[in-house]
Design a protein around this ligand. Structure first.
Ligand SMILES: *[C@@H]1O[C@H](CO)[C@@H](O)[C@H](O)[C@H]1NC(C)=O
Ligand SMILES: *[C@@H]1O[C@H](CO)[C@@H](O)[C@H](O)[C@H]1NC(C)=O
Ligand SMILES: *[C@@H]1O[C@H](CO)[C@@H](O)[C@H](O)[C@H]1NC(C)=O
Ligand SMILES: *[C@@H]1O[C@H](CO)[C@@H](O)[C@H](O)[C@H]1NC(C)=O
Length: 579
């Protein structure tokens, strides 16, 4: 305590001593609530203009948020046991110097939502136990060298929503050995503060760095230098103006599990750069300007579990092989892409762990059932698409009917975990905004409310005819094949293959069946042997048209293939298959 008092000017000293509380006579200002059992004092939203100095000197927690306190000069000296101080939402314009010298036990200092603009070199002097420092929502532009030299144990620093453009002194955190979280969102930072990271003590334990809402344009090759690159797990770079990630931009981030690159100016997916993030499990690329998701766009991201590619104004194509490397994919969001009119079939069939698919508010008119591994999915959101409700969506209609019979259908948590009575994971689908856009008669109607007849596939006479024709054709083909390979011919062919002599055919045995009057047209199998040919011809080719039909093999250029002559005009109409 002595140290703290030495800095006070004499008259304040006297004033403070005069009003200094003696044990047992602490005063709790009106509108505050003070508890001696928990050693806490709370004066939230009470229009206080100064830090009360007559609280129990053993107080450990002081909450002063939402007041009109303009500074903390000389007022904390008595509270040497303080562990938590909340002066957020006040009018503090400066932390001053050496105001925390007596707070060797202070662990949490919340000075967010004030108007602090600079941090002098002695601003936090004496805060040896500080673990959490929240200075977000201030107007900090500069942080002087040495500001943090006493605070080795800080784990979390929140500088978000300030006016930092860069760290003039990149060694400002170099005595903080336990910094795990550094929040720098919503400043005016134009480059990843790589020097700052480089100067953190080694081994670095920084796990989370947030840089959302800044002005970063390029992720350079050495943006994330050792020692911290290896420890970082979460990196957010959303809402910057990143248009390029240099080739080795993400190379050393071997522990990164979560990366946010949403709302930047990327015109392509940096596949190569991302492929170095071999334990990445969560990736957000929403709000960029790329047009397509190419094959294997997320190459080598074998641990990727959650992927978000939403609000992409130009996205019009996702390749069917886009996600083949992402074998652990569990949740995918492809929402609000106004140009996305179709997705390829079986796009998710290489993702055996996929359970949650959201394709909300795209421009999909139809969605084939084969897009999804329905047996594995647990949630599916297709709402907000301009669906054309025809029989291709019968499957969806059926799912929607089942869904609308389940309780609590209004809110389906996308991470839902419901199981059916049999204990199987149950597919929940979002039906709330699942509407038809066409045909005209169904426009604007919920899929759950249209009758089944509108989406049932009718079998028209044309389909019946086509299917019948197909079946007949198949039957015919089978017959011909069976015929050609029926035992005798098959044997012949085999023997021919082995250069064995031609089997002898007795034409006289064939003759009776070729006589007129026998009801079904006989089928005649012939070998290309001259005297057999002559015998047949002399017997059965009577007219000139018969002659024409038989010409190819008459001329001796008949191929060794199957060849048939249908002697339609002859009285006996034999069907000759020439082998
Ligand atoms: C600091 O105070 C603000 C406003 O009261 C609050 O929102 C924030 O969560 C607090 N920060 C910490 C680290 O508790
Ligand atoms: C980034 O994209 C935004 C919105 O698409 C655009 O307004 C801005 O001009 C772009 N900035 C750069 C630096 O390309
Ligand atoms: C249903 O509509 C979609 C979209 O217009 C179309 O691609 C599909 O072929 C239609 N299905 C049938 C069976 O007509
Ligand atoms: C979902 O179910 C799994 C396995 O039963 C369980 O481990 C997990 O904690 C559940 N998650 C939620 C959000 O309930």
């Amino acid at each position: 305590m002595g140290d703290g008092r030495r800095v006070l000017t004499p008259w304040i000293w006297l004033l403070l001593v005069a009003s200094s509380p003696s044990p047992g006579t602490s005063i709790c200002p009106s509108r505050c609530s003070c508890r001696d059992d928990t050693l806490s004092a709370s004066c939230v939203d009470t229009a206080l203009e100064v830090v009360p100095i007559q609280l129990n000197p053993d107080v450990e927690v002081i909450e002063l948020s939402g007041n009109r306190i303009a500074n903390v000069h000389y007022t904390l000296t008595f509270y040497t046991s303080l562990r938590i101080l909340d002066v957020s939402l006040n009018k503090i314009s400066s932390i001053g110097a050496k105001n925390f010298e007596a707070q060797a036990k202070l662990e949490t200092l919340n000075a967010s939502f004030n108007i602090i603009s600079t941090l002098g070199k002695d601003a936090f002097r004496g805060l040896k136990s500080l673990k959490v420092l929240d200075l977000s929502h201030n107007q900090i532009e500069s942080i002087e060298h040495g500001s943090f030299k006493d605070s080795h144990d800080i784990q979390t620093i929140d500088f978000s929503h300030n006016r930092i453009t860069s760290f003039e002194d990149p060694t400002v955190f170099n005595s903080i050995t336990s910094l795990r979280t550094l929040k720098l969102d919503h400043n005016q930072i134009i480059d990843v503060p790589s020097l700052l990271l480089k100067n953190l003590p080694s081994p670095c334990v920084l796990e989370k760095l947030t840089l959302n809402d800044n002005l970063i344009e390029v992720i350079e090759d050495k943006s994330f230098p050792p020692p911290c690159a290896q420890s970082m797990k979460v990196l957010t770079l959303g809402s910057n103006v990143i248009k390029e990630v240099e080739k080795s931009g993400f190379d050393s981030l071997h522990s990164l599990t979560c990366l946010d690159l949403s709302y930047n100016n990327l015109t392509y997916i940096p596949t190569q750069q991302l492929s170095k993030l071999n334990v990445l499990s969560e990736l957000d690329l929403s709000g960029n300007t790329f047009h397509s998701v190419k094959p294997v766009a997320f190459q080598s991201l074998f641990q990727l579990a959650t992927l978000t590619i939403s609000r992409l104004p130009h996205l019009n194509w996702v390749d069917s092989r886009a996600f083949v490397d992402n074998i652990r994919l569990d949740t995918i969001h492809i929402d609000e892409n106004p140009e996305l009119r179709r997705i390829p079939t079986r796009i998710f069939h290489g993702n055996p762990h996929l359970s949650h698919v959201s394709l909300r508010s795209n421009a999909l008119a139809t969605v084939d059932v084969s897009h999804f591994p329905l047996d594995r999915l647990r949630s599916l959101d297709l709402s907000g698409n301009p669906l054309h409700c025809n029989c291709s969506l019968h499957w969806l209609w059926k799912l929607a009917q089942t869904e609308s019979q389940l309780p609590s259908r209004d809110s389906i948590p996308l991470q839902g975990n419901e199981t059916s009575p049999e204990g199987q994971p149950q597919l929940r689908i979002v039906v709330r905004n699942l509407k038809c856009s066409s045909p005209e008669g169904l426009k604007g109607q919920l899929v759950t409310e249209i009758p089944e007849s509108t989406v049932r596939c009718e079998t028209t006479w044309l389909t019946v005819a086509i299917i019948t024709a197909l079946v007949l054709a198949l039957f015919g083909a089978t017959c011909v094949v069976l015929l050609l390979f029926s035992s005798e011919r098959w044997l012949c062919w085999c023997r021919k293959g082995k250069h064995s002599p031609e089997p002898e055919v007795d034409t006289r045995r064939l003759a009776p069946s070729l006589h007129p009057g026998s009801a079904p047209p006989p089928i005649l199998m012939l070998m290309p042997d001259k005297h057999y040919r002559d015998a047949i011809l002399s017997n059965y080719i009577k007219s000139e048209s018969d002659m024409k039909l038989a010409e190819p093999w008459m001329n001796g250029d008949a191929r060794q293939n199957d060849y048939s002559v249908d002697m339609t005009s002859s009285r006996s109409k034999p069907h000759i298959v020439y082998v």
